[in-house]
Design a protein around this ligand. Structure first.
Ligand SMILES: C[S@@+](CC[C@H](N)C(=O)[O-])C[C@H]1O[C@@H](n2cnc3c(N)ncnc32)[C@H](O)[C@@H]1O
Length: 587
């Protein structure tokens, strides 16, 4: 890699600070690879007067994003003849045309995926077609030469234990796409390697789109040499930016990092992400940053089958169906913190998402024998009733309509999607009306349920009780995961790191629950110094049926749409009809 560094050093498209070097990283991790280093004594007093010092200035022309690649391909000077220019451009265009015509490709249409597709195309054709010199050099000497391992390299292995994590599921889908697109052109190992090399190196680089208004946009970009900077939040001493006058990419050193320092060499660190979400970082970059006193995160995705089988929640159907109907993301955010001199994992109960997760565990109303939530196993009749009221002319077909809703709901409840995507008319909530104090019931979405519950006088006690129930659920989950993940051995480095990290989490939280120690962040006297990442997206796997064959379907209580009585489940039938009528209105 030193040669690559020298290559760019000698090119006129990159200016370097004279103290900058490329060496093996100082990070104590076998796969940390190379890193950028500086010699603090090589900075002169003039430079030290400024807040930042430019370590690298990289011309926009040698960075790779979807626009610069198109510009290079469109530049005849990059080719030895007009014929070669045309030949390559025709080939790239034809390949991209086929790719864009791939069924469902629009779902994968992101800038990063396009960048990956361009480089896969170049790798596939570079033996028999001319490609612009800068692209060829970077492809052969950086992307194809570096030693990198991310989740993509062992995705089949990871999917066994982590297939329900949306990130892993998404990677599997991406790999299937790239395999289909490049099956005759690239070896599977090259597909995985190029994906890992690009995903672990590309940066979100701003670009001034209009110099007058200084408006800027951001592009997924590969930046030679800058892409040798390693991540370390607590030792971060540099950051990247652009020169707004010409969109050059800059690596800027915080001068404080070298002022008064005399050591021979120190590594330049940037931050890939201020929030260290360990699962996501391991999946994307293939490493887990060390804990150095700042909060780190891990978002647990519950195994969907565990949610289906768990029967301690007290609701009259399974948790999976509850979360699906109410569109609640079946994930919980954990935080690693130092507390009372001990570093361990806690459940982050300080987010609105956690309040939603608690909903099925809210206890029955005081003095009421009925559960908080009632699941209507004949809700297809509720759908039918509203349908016929909104479209009176369909009344005579009610039994057929009921059968259609029954099979639609059955399919949506049992498929692999994380949401049902129908009006929430399956679960009704019993709550105490604030003014009258009467107990009422209605179908609600999760946000409205939280608002209604927050108005109840005993809300605090109910949340405390729900957290106890959740803890017991979570304890069962930890037991289930431990027995599941320790069963297999693996030679994938990422899988081994995932396993080690998850076991640390399981052991920490199991011990804390069993010893009755604090497990929730809100029980500690701390404020999180970094925001957790946004939750991963809900998963869509509708071609998979989750319910096993031997699961006995609940017997319908009543199949007759006419005698179905909505007030068994709601005191607000008319309001709910008004709310949902656009869904039911026939065209
Ligand atoms: C943008 S590249 C940085 C250059 C890389 N070290 C190389 O030799 O090509 C990102 C990769 O560097 C490694 N890396 C970066 N920061 C690291 C850290 N703090 N610990 C371990 N590995 C790190 C990971 O392999 C990551 O995928």
């Amino acid at each position: 890699m030193e040669e690559v560094f020298r290559f760019y050093l000698n090119s006129r498209t990159v200016s370097f600070h004279k103290s900058l070097e490329l060496k093996l990283s100082s990070v104590d991790e076998p796969k940390s690879g190379y890193g950028l280093f500086i010699e603090p004594s090589k900075f002169n007093s003039q430079e030290l007067k400024n807040e930042t010092i430019t370590l690298l200035r990289i011309s926009k022309l040698i960075t790779f994003d979807i626009n610069t690649i198109l510009a290079l391909l469109g530049d005849k000077e990059e080719f030895t003849s007009k014929e070669q220019f045309k030949r390559t451009n025709d080939k790239v265009k034809a390949t991209l045309r086929d790719i864009l015509a791939y069924p469902g490709f629009s779902r994968f249409l992101t800038e990063t995926n396009l960048l990956i597709i361009y480089f896969m195309t170049f790798q596939a054709i570079h033996g028999s077609y001319e490609i612009p010199k800068g692209i060829r050099y970077y492809l052969e000497n950086v992307l194809m030469s570096i030693d990198v391992e991310t989740a993509m390299d062992s995705i089949e292995n990871l999917a066994v234990n982590y297939g329900h994590y949306p990130q892993i599921f998404g990677l599997q889908e991406s790999l299937n796409l790239f395999k289909d697109l490049f099956q005759d052109l690239l070896h599977i190992n090259d597909i995985k390697h190029l994906y890992s090399a690009i995903i672990s190196r590309c940066l979100e680089i701003p670009e001034i789109a209009d110099t007058k208004s200084q408006e800027f946009c951001v592009h997924s970009t590969l930046v030679p040499i800058l892409d040798f900077s390693n991540h370390e939040n607590t030792q971060k001493n540099a950051f990247f930016d652009i020169d707004p006058s010409n969109n050059d990419v800059l690596l800027l050193l915080d001068t404080d990092a070298v002022r008064g320092r005399t050591e021979k060499s120190s590594e330049v660190f940037i931050s890939y992400s201020p929030t260290e979400d360990l699962f996501s970082m391991l999946i994307t970059y293939g490493f887990i940053p060390c804990f150095r006193g700042h909060a780190q995160f891990w978002t647990v995705s519950f195994d969907r089958s565990f949610l289906r089988d768990y029967n301690g929640s007290g609701i009259n159907a399974d948790l999976r169906i509850f979360y699906k109907w109410l569109r609640i993301n079946p994930v919980v955010s954990l935080v690693k913190l130092e507390n009372n001199g001990r570093v361990r994992w806690f459940i982050n109960d300080t987010t609105p998402d956690f309040e939603m997760l608690l909903l099925p565990f809210i206890p029955s109303l005081n003095g009421s024998k009925s559960a908080r939530w009632a699941y209507d196993s004949t809700c297809h009749l509720m759908f039918t009733k509203i349908h016929c009221l909104v479209n009176p002319e369909t009344n005579e077909h009610a039994p057929v309509i009921a059968e259609n809703y029954r099979s639609l709901i059955e399919e949506r409840e049992s498929n692999g999607d994380d949401l049902i995507d129908l009006p929430q008319l399956a679960w009704s909530l019993r709550y105490k009306e604030t003014e009258s104090g009467c107990i009422q019931q209605r179908h609600t979405n999760s946000e409205d349920a939280i608002t209604l519950l927050q108005q109840e006088p005993q809300q605090k006690q109910d949340v405390a009780e729900a957290k106890l129930q959740f803890t017991s659920f979570f304890r069962s989950f930890l037991r289930y995961r431990k027995s599941k993940i320790t069963k297999r051995s693996t030679n994938s480095k990422v899988a081994r790191m995932l396993l080690k990290q998850e076991l640390e989490i399981i052991n920490n939280l199991t011990e804390a629950i069993d010893k009755n120690s604090d497990i929730f962040v809100s029980d500690l006297n701390v404020t999180l110094d970094v925001e957790p990442n946004r939750l991963p997206p809900l998963r869509f796997l509708d071609d998979c049926i989750e319910i096993p064959d031997n699961k006995v379907a609940l017997d319908p209580i009543c199949e007759d749409p006419v005698s179905y009585t909505p007030d068994k489940f709601t005191d607000f039938f008319q309001e709910e009809i008004n709310q949902h009528s656009p869904f039911f209105q026939d065209d």
